[in-house]
Design a protein around this ligand. Structure first.
Ligand SMILES: [Fe+2]
Ligand SMILES: [Fe+2]
Length: 179
């Protein structure tokens, strides 16, 4: 299925497809991780600290999604996206923080690879972690590269206070080229 075409429709799609799903999924993953870490504490492959990382993620993500839902997305739906340069830059910076936590989750879980003879709870945990990581990476990509990007272009054309910010740190790809 293709993505909705307008920015307004895209914000509603993101809330339903990603925000709601993260909220539904993460508490269960945290409790599965707490169990796996306790029961398999002696196993060298145990993802020690994963439940704490997921708890941090739940907190960071909730604050971030609320900012999008209460401030940025309503402004975009009202047609003010091109005037939201600062909030958009703040959301991109939050995304960079989330990507840092995602890297830690991948490293703790050996890139979401189960050890041999993993129990059912560990399997459910890693299946869910794999889904969550795929969802959040897609969520961030759609916001950065599709939703926000169209307003970056609008802001470049606009003179005065809405011109794009001189701080391009969050608008550069890994190799330093503009996204
Ligand atoms: Fe979002
Ligand atoms: Fe976001």
């Amino acid at each position: 299925m293709g993505l909705p075409e307008t920015a307004a429709e895209l914000t509603t799609y993101i809330e339903g497809r990603f925000h709601a799903r993260h909220r539904e999924q993460l508490p269960e993953l945290k409790s599965l991780s707490t169990k796996v870490e306790a029961v398999h504490a002696e196993n060298p492959h145990v993802p020690a600290g994963l439940a704490d990382l997921l708890a941090d993620m739940i907190g960071e993500l909730e604050v971030h999604m609320k900012k999008e839902e209460l401030v940025l997305f309503p402004a975009i739906r009202q047609g003010h996206g091109a005037h939201m340069g600062h909030p958009i830059a703040a959301m991109r910076a939050d995304h960079d923080d989330h990507l840092g936590t995602i890297r830690k989750i991948r490293s703790l879980t050996n890139d979401v690879t189960l050890p041999e003879h993993a129990c059912g709870t560990w399997r459910r945990l890693y299946t869910g972690i794999g889904e969550f990581l795929a969802d959040i990476e897609e969520h961030i990509r759609i916001e950065n590269d599709i939703l926000f990007q169209q307003f970056d272009r609008d802001m470049e054309r606009m003179p005065g206070p809405y011109a794009s910010s001189p701080c391009m740190a969050h608008e550069l790809d890994d190799d330093g080229s503009p996204i």
